[in-house]
Design a protein. Structure first.
Length: 359
């Protein structure tokens, strides 16, 4: 009896344990079944977010590219605006901020063209004094050095073929035009058609950039301000009449640097011819004379003030002598004798250049 009671209790314990195990397993299974749908739901939601992000990414990329393009265009526009303002206003002011007026001549280097022109520009710090002229290239002039008469458009190619230096070339044009030029500039072609259709402005600008020359750039601006077809083509003789209007020497400089011209050759009128060109271009000649001692080469004696006060007049005088000048210091006795800071002796090397009316 006692034994059966124990057995019954053991069975009931085993049964209760089994039930509890079964119940816990059932609960575990049920909870796992409840969690599985939740995991799938999270995955679906993550997938939807990923897909949505993938769909919006190209739009965002396009928006970023568009913003970058806008910024780039804004920067470019700002740079162009600065360049335009500088080109129109600041650069011209800088280019023409000169301490001394200058005379520039542009000549063609091409021998093949028959309708070439030459360009003359008087460049001054004062805008109202700036001038621009077109010279007929077919006009014939006397070329220094015994070359005879040539068309203006052919003078530069001729002298370059003869391997003449810049001093000789500048002097040749000074005499041909009776003008004191500071510099002679060159371009390949220089025709009236280029001037009429407006292309010449771009030609001068391209030379300014390629040669890195402010002179070409000044000419570009001067021509840019000229109305199209407003420039008449002048003959060499007509242009020479304008020379006194474009002097590069001031009255004060001329008074500080008087010039004496002495003819040392047998050519009559040589000193007078030289003096006329000097005076037409603003210089002051206080004495014209001759001496019996013949000099084969022209020379220039400089007074004590010449180096500091007479550079513009010295440049004018030098530009008239194609073979250069022998220069030396003048004694106080010589400056007193000739009453001049610059004493110019014309030698045999220029006897055929100035004398007899050849200018």
């Amino acid at each position: 009896m006692v034994r059966s009671a124990r057995t019954t209790r053991s069975k009931s314990r085993i049964t209760s344990r089994a039930k509890s195990r079964f119940a816990s397993k059932s609960a575990t299974r049920a909870s796992s079944w409840q969690l599985r749908p939740a995991k799938k739901s999270n995955r679906r939601q993550a997938k939807k977010i990923t897909n949505r992000f993938k769909q919006t990414r190209p739009a965002r990329q396009q928006g970023g590219a568009a913003a970058l393009v806008k910024i780039s265009l804004g920067v470019i526009s700002a740079v162009l605006a600065v360049v335009f303002v500088g080109y129109q206003f600041f650069l011209p002011h800088y280019l023409f901020e000169l301490s001394q007026p200058q005379n520039l001549l542009v000549v063609p280097t091409n021998l093949e063209s028959e309708d070439d022109i030459l360009l003359f520009a008087h460049v001054d710090a004062e805008e109202r004094r700036r001038s621009f002229h077109v010279i007929d290239g077919s006009a014939e002039v006397e070329v220094v050095g015994g070359y005879g008469r040539y068309q203006l458009q052919n003078v530069y190619p001729l002298l370059k073929m003869e391997q003449k230096d810049q001093q000789f070339i500048t002097a040749a044009f000074n005499h041909a035009l009776t003008m004191a030029l500071d510099r002679v500039l060159v371009v390949d072609r220089l025709t009236a058609d280029l001037l009429d259709n407006g292309e010449l402005k771009q030609v001068l600008l391209s030379y300014a950039l390629s040669e890195r020359s402010l002179d070409y750039l000044r000419l570009h601006y001067l021509l840019k301000d000229q109305p199209r077809n407003s420039l008449a083509v002048l003959g060499a003789a007509d242009f020479s009449k304008l020379v006194p209007n474009y002097q590069t020497i001031t009255d004060q400089q001329a008074r500080n640097c008087p010039v004496a011209v002495i003819n040392t050759t047998r050519t009559n009128g040589l000193a007078g011819s030289i003096s006329k060109i000097i005076e037409d271009n603003g210089g002051l000649v206080v004495r014209i004379t001759s001496e019996n001692t013949v000099r084969p080469i022209s020379g220039l004696l400089l007074g004590e003030r010449a180096e500091s006060q007479c550079q513009e007049v010295i440049q004018l005088v030098r530009g008239l002598f194609p073979f250069g000048l022998e220069e030396a210091a003048a004694s106080s006795q010589e400056t007193s004798q000739y009453r001049s800071q610059l004493i110019l002796f014309a030698g045999e090397d220029v006897a055929g250049t100035f004398g007899g009316g050849q200018l």
